[in-house]
Design a protein around this ligand. Structure first.
Ligand code: NAD
Length: 445
C-alpha cells in the first residue's frame, strides 16, 4: 500500500514555503529597521538569506545603502560584510517579492497612555496591499495579546486569501538587549507562536536558521503574552526595589548594601536595582499595553499599575532628594548650578526614548536651577523644550557645580576624576561605588 503524505493538497503552499526556508532560499524582508529590525536583517543576511530591509525613513535607507549604521550594536563593518545579501530600500514593492516578512515597527503609548497601534496598522496595510499566496508574516513588535489574530489577520483575510492555506501569520517577540555585549541576540532563545499550526511551525523553522534555540508556544497570543510577562516582571520588581530605596532612605539604611547581601541567597531571589526611573521603548510602555487590554475585558490589574506609578514618580523623588542634599549644605535648587551626568535611558546606548533624565532636567528647569548636562553619546539635547549642549568634563566645569546628579552610568565616565574635582555628587545608580570610587562628597540614592 502506498504511504499517504501527511499533507493534504491544500497544504501545497506550506510545503513549498517550508522547503524554501529550510534551504535558505526564501527571500526575507524586515519591515522597520530600528534597534530591533536592523540586527535581525543583518543576521539573516549573514546566515546566507537574501534580505530586503524596508523602512519608510529615507535617511536611514540612504545611510544603510552607503554602508553606514545608525544603531549602537551594529557597526559599519557589519553592514559592509553583508553587501550583496542585504538590500535596504524604501520601495514598498519588495513586500510582494519577499517570501517572509518580519515586522519590527514601534509600539509607543499615546498621550493618554493607551497603546498607539498606528504603526502596526500601517505596516499591516502595506503588507496586505502586496500580499500574495505563499507568504509568511511575523510580527515582532511588543504588543498586547490578541493583536496578531484580532487586528492583523482580518486585514489580510480581506484580500481574499485563506490563512494557513494561502498565507501564514505568526508572532515572535524580540528579546534583544541593546548594548549587551555579553549576550548576542542569536544566543537568546526565541519564542514563536502561530495563528495556526502551520504558521507556528514555519516561524520556528525560519528562526532556527539564525537563532541557537527556538521555543514554540501554542499560539500567537501566548507568544505575545510571554514578552509582556518578561517586561512586566522587570517593571514590577524595579518598582518594588524603588519603594525599598525610598524606605531605606527614611530608615537610614543603605539599599545597595542590602541588595548585595540579599543576592548571596542561592535561590528565590533575583537582584533588581533602584534608579531615577525607567526608560526606553519597552519597560515604561509594555506593562501599560497589558493593563489597557485587561481593562478592555473588565479585569483590573493592580500590581502592574502600582509598579508603573512608583517608577514614573522616581524622577520627582530624585529632585526631592537633591533638594534635601542641598538643604543640608544650606542652599537650595533655585539658582544652583546642577550638572546632570548621563541623559540616555540606559548605560552606553544613545537612545533617549522615555529617558528619566529628561524628566529630571524638566523639573530642574521648573525649579529654576542652572542646568547643564554631560553625555559622551549625546552632543546636543533638543527635546521636550530642553535645548542644551553637552558640557565637557574637565576640572573647571566640575568645580563650578553646586551639585552633580548622576542619572546614567556610562562606562566612558572617568569616575575617580569626577569625584576628585566635584563638590557634591548625588549618585542615583551607585556607579561610583561600583567603580571603586569612594568619597565623602558622594550621596547615594
Ligand atoms: N529597542 C529595544 O530594546 C526593543 C527590545 C525588544 C522589543 N522591542 C520592540 O520592538 C519594536 C520596535 O522597536 P525599535 O526599538 O526597533 O523601534 P525603532 O523606532 O528603533 O525602529 C522602528 C523602525 O520602523 C520604521 N517604521 C515605522 N513604521 C513603518 C512602516 N509602516 N513601514 C516601514 N518602516 C516603518 C521606523 O522608521 C523605524 O526605523 C517595538 O514594538 C519595541 O517595543 C524593542
Amino acid at each position: 500500500m502506498a504511504i499517504q503524505s501527511p499533507y493534504k493538497k491544500e497544504h501545497t503552499m506550506y510545503k513549498q514555503l517550508l522547503k524554501l526556508i529550510q534551504s535558505k532560499k526564501s527571500k526575507v524582508c524586515v519591515l522597520g529597521l530600528g534597534y530591533v529590525g536592523l540586527p535581525i536583517a543583518v543576521e539573516f543576511a549573514k546566515k546566507g538569506f537574501f534580505v530586503y530591509g524596508f523602512d519608510t525613513k529615507r535617511s536611514r535607507i540612504e545611510k544603510l545603502q552607503k554602508g553606514i549604521s545608525y544603531i549602537d550594536d551594529i557597526s559599519n563593518k557589519h553592514i559592509k560584510a553583508v553587501i550583496g545579501k542585504f538590500h535596504p530600500t524604501h520601495d514598498v514593492k519588495v513586500l510582494s517579492e519577499a517570501d517572509v516578512i518580519i515586522i519590527c515597527v514601534p509600539t509607543p503609548l499615546r498621550i493618554n497612555k493607551a497603546p498607539d497601534m498606528s504603526f502596526i496598522l500601517k505596516a499591516t496595510c502595506s503588507v496586505a496591499d502586496h500580499l500574495r499566496p505563499g507568504q509568511l508574516i511575523i510580527l515582532e513588535s511588543t504588543t498586547y495579546p490578541g493583536t496578531t489574530r484580532d487586528i492583523m489577520l482580518p486585514v489580510f483575510k480581506r484580500k481574499g486569501l485563506v490563512p494557513e492555506k494561502d498565507f501564514f501569520l505568526a508572532f515572535s517577540p524580540e528579546r534583544i538587549d541593546p548594548g549587551n555585549k555579553k549576550c548576542h541576540f542569536t544566543k537568546i532563545p526565541k519564542i514563536a507562536g502561530g495563528t495556526g499550526v502551520f504558521s507556528g511551525k514555519l516561524a520556528v523553522v525560519l528562526y532556527s536558521k539564525v537563532i541557537d534555540k527556538v521555543v514554540q508556544v501554542s499560539s500567537a497570543e501566548s507568544a505575545e503574552m510571554v514578552k509582556l510577562l518578561e517586561n512586566t516582571f522587570r517593571n514590577v520588581n524595579i518598582g518594588l526595589v524603588n519603594e525599598f530605596a525610598m524606605l531605606c532612605d527614611k530608615l537610614n539604611i543603605d539599599i545597595w548594601e542590602v541588595i548585595e547581601a540579599a543576592k548571596t541567597k542561592p535561590f528565590g531571589f533575583m537582584p533588581f536595582y533602584p534608579g531615577p526611573g525607567i526608560g526606553g521603548h519597552c519597560l515604561p510602555c509594555d506593562p501599560l499595553y497589558l493593563s489597557w487590554k485587561a481593562k478592555k475585558i473588565g479585569f483590573k490589574t493592580s500590581m502592574i499599575n502600582l509598579a508603573s506609578k512608583i517608577n514614573f514618580l522616581m524622577p520627582g523623588y530624585v529632585i526631592e532628594r537633591a533638594k534635601r542634599i542641598l538643604h543640608k549644605r544650606k542652599s537650595g535648587l533655585k539658582g544652583a548650578r546642577v550638572l546632570v551626568l548621563g541623559v540616555t535611558y540606559k548605560r552606553d546606548i544613545k537612545d533617549l526614548r522615555e529617558s528619566p533624565a529628561l524628566n529630571v532636567i524638566e523639573i530642574l528647569q521648573n525649579e529654576k536651577a542652572k542646568i547643564s548636562y554631560s553625555d559622551p553619546l549625546i552632543p546636543y539635547l533638543d527635546i521636550n523644550g530642553i535645548n542644551l549642549k553637552s558640557t565637557e568634563i574637565n576640572q573647571a566645569n566640575l568645580k563650578k557645580q553646586d551639585l552633580i546628579i548622576l542619572i546614567t552610568d556610562h562606562t566612558k565616565f572617568k569616575y575617580s576624576f569626577i569625584a576628585k574635582h566635584s563638590r557634591l555628587i548625588f549618585d542615583t545608580r551607585n556607579a561610583f561605588f561600583t567603580h571603586n570610587v569612594k568619597s565623602a562628597n558622594i550621596v547615594k540614592l
